[in-house]
Ligand binder design. Sequence first.
Ligand SMILES: [Zn+2]
Length: 319
Amino acid sequence: MSDQNSSRRDFMKTSAAAAAAASAQTTSAAQAPAGVEADSIRAAEWPASRPLNRKVLWNELSRSEFPPLLENDPVVILPIGSLEQHGPHCPVDMDISIPYHIAVATAEDIDDFPVVVGPPVWTGFTHYNMGGYGTITVRLETFIDVVSDVCRSIKANGFDRIILMNGHGGNVAPVTAIANKLAHENIITLSFPYWSLVQQEMRDWSTADMRGPGHAGEWETAFQMYLRPHLVLMDRREAGKARWPFSPAVRGYAHVPERRRESANGSMGDPFAATPEKGERIFKLAVERLTAMVREFHATPVLEYEEFGSDAKVLPTLF
Ligand SMILES: [Zn+2]
């Protein structure tokens, strides 16, 4: 703890010195985010707030608090989710709340360089959940546009390291496609669904849902019982089974697009196997793994798109 405090103090000292030096001279155009006049940028003190005396939420920062962050190879974690029915007992914001909480806990754990939690993207691609009350979906094209434009804006503000952490199954393929598309625009991201951080442990520690996070089943309900227990309607818990139209063999090698939620009550899995202790254990492991990923991203030089093996300098803007 004292080590953490002292490294944090050192960092603040460095940051304050850099801020003073920067404010003594006009910030160069090269340091200014696209579309922002260099003259308008004034370096400021490292932001002050709770609980580690600094802010971690993009939404809480003021204009003057961004420039010092950019001097220390910051990492932005963008939580992406969905609003959709989650069985009779779970809140509809499950898929954004889990990656959001993992992101915030990770950002608060790291105090020797800036980690910012981007504005949570709650809109998801989830037409197949529209049969249950509470679901709000956007079209695939809209989802791609929103996430892509948020990433472009983050990059335009000067942040080169963006992590896309998704919490909704229907977003997995679109987010991967978005990441591949953005790379072509020189926006390099790391993207994954949060459960891939703890996939093996979800299997090993499960007593009911062996295949992964499910939907309002063992693991998702456990996360909520740990993070926001007041939102789980314990007396309305219902287990649910997916009604897959093909055999496990076919599903083993073919992607089968989901039709209108293939579970009678909207649950997939067994919420009765969930406990707050399970939720805490898997949550803390996810935070630990994400923290290691963020540290590696921070320490890795950002290479431009065209720095990867090609003789021909084909501009990504050509198509
Ligand atoms: Zn979910």
